[in-house]
Design a protein around this ligand. Structure first.
Ligand code: AHG
Ligand code: MN
Ligand code: MN
Ligand code: MN
Length: 336
């Protein structure tokens, strides 16, 4: 492109998805409509997050959610915004949110073919100190005219047709995969449009950063402890890795995707299934990692092969650069 072509040839996320969709002649534009409603939710949360400090949205909403966590106002607000946006799209049939104990079954007159699982506000412990937080989502599709049941969302992550996250940080960045690679879009607030800024993201094969909550080290199992030890005291003469841990999965995963390295939330004695939720944290991030050439492993199997039994199931997760995850798989294999 010459510079001016670039300035006038704005590749918005809507245009990008329409281009993608033109590859599927039978498609009815439903996915583009669904995505536009997800994007609307992200824009709303982005402005709410940016105003949080001013609008006294900060602080606890006083209720606790099914996870037993105190809900912060933005958690509650974001959840309502996404539920309403998704139902009003007329393209969804089941919605699963971290903030709702039960799944939402959309009434027949507004029903569509997509099931959306989402974490409306990820990293909410970081809201009050202004550290990056985000929204994570995954999308399954049900067959036409099918009476939806909870089994339509209790599927392995490999059956997702799309996944993504929006990170509310120094800029608002939406990273999306519809199964043919990963693309990043940055919100241009003056246009209110997400513009393609990171085409065809590929995660480096190796990385120099590991990302884990070292505060849980006393509870880790053997292979995890051995892997982290190797990061700090490499035995092959390579330099030690740096530790970067933000405590918002979206921010830690976004850095890992762009810079390479490994993000791990392992099992520990206190929580044998780790902390992160399968449907709306582990699966979408694992989907993106694989689409970007990386890997995602639970300690026992490929993360996307997991079959969740309940909508808020948790799983340990090791995801990131292909070679780094290979090392962890080898350590767990040696344990068997
Ligand atoms: P959420 O705010 O949606 O409940 O998610 C928080 C998660 C995730 O964002 C992050 O990776 C993890 O909690 C951090 O957990 P620790 O504070 O235990 O390290
Ligand atoms: Mn939470
Ligand atoms: Mn989360
Ligand atoms: Mn959350």
């Amino acid at each position: 492109h010459s510079a001016d072509a670039h300035r006038t040839d704005l590749m918005t996320i809507t245009r990008f998805v329409l281009n993608e969709q033109s590859k599927y002649p039978e498609s009815r534009g439903d996915f583009s409509i669904l995505l536009n409603h997800i994007v609307l939710g992200c824009k709303f949360v982005c402005t709410a997050v940016n105003k949080a400090g001013l609008a006294k949205l900060i602080g606890l909403a006083g209720e606790t959610n099914v996870q037993g966590e105190e809900q912060k106002k933005l958690d509650v607000l974001s959840n309502e915004v996404f539920i309403k946006a998704l139902v009003s799209s007329g393209r969804t049939c089941i919605l699963v949110s971290e903030e709702d104990e039960e799944a939402t079954f959309v009434e027949r007159s507004r029903r569509g073919r997509y099931c959306v699982v989402f974490d409306p506000l990820d990293g909410s412990s970081n809201i009050d100190c202004g550290v990056s937080i985000g929204t994570i989502f995954g999308i399954y599709m049900v067959k036409d005219g099918h009476e939806p049941t909870i089994d339509d969302v209790l599927q392995p992550g490999k059956n997702m047709i799309a996944a993504g996250y929006c990170m509310y940080g120094s800029s608002c960045t939406l990273v999306l995969s519809t199964g043919t690679g990963v693309n990043g879009f940055t919100l241009d607030p003056s246009l209110g449009e997400f513009i393609l800024t990171h085409p065809d993201i590929k995660i480096p094969k190796k990385g120099k950063i590991y990302s884990v909550n070292e505060g849980n080290a006393k509870n880790w199992d053997g292979p995890t402890a051995k892997y982290v030890e190797k990061c700090k005291f490499p035995t092959d003469g390579s330099p030690a890795k740096s530790l970067r841990y933000i405590g918002s999965m979206v921010a830690d995963v976004h850095r890992t995707l762009l810079y390479g390295g490994i993000f791990l939330y392992p099992a520990d004695k206190k929580s044998p299934n780790g902390k992160l939720r399968v449907l709306y944290e582990v699966f979408p991030m694992s989907f993106l990692m694989e689409q970007a050439g990386g890997q995602a492993f639970t300690g026992k199997q490929r993360a996307l092969d997991l079959l969740p039994a309940k909508i808020h199931d948790r799983s340990p997760i090791f995801l990131g650069s292909y070679d780094e995850v290979e090392e962890i798989k080898a350590l767990y294999a040696a344990e068997v």
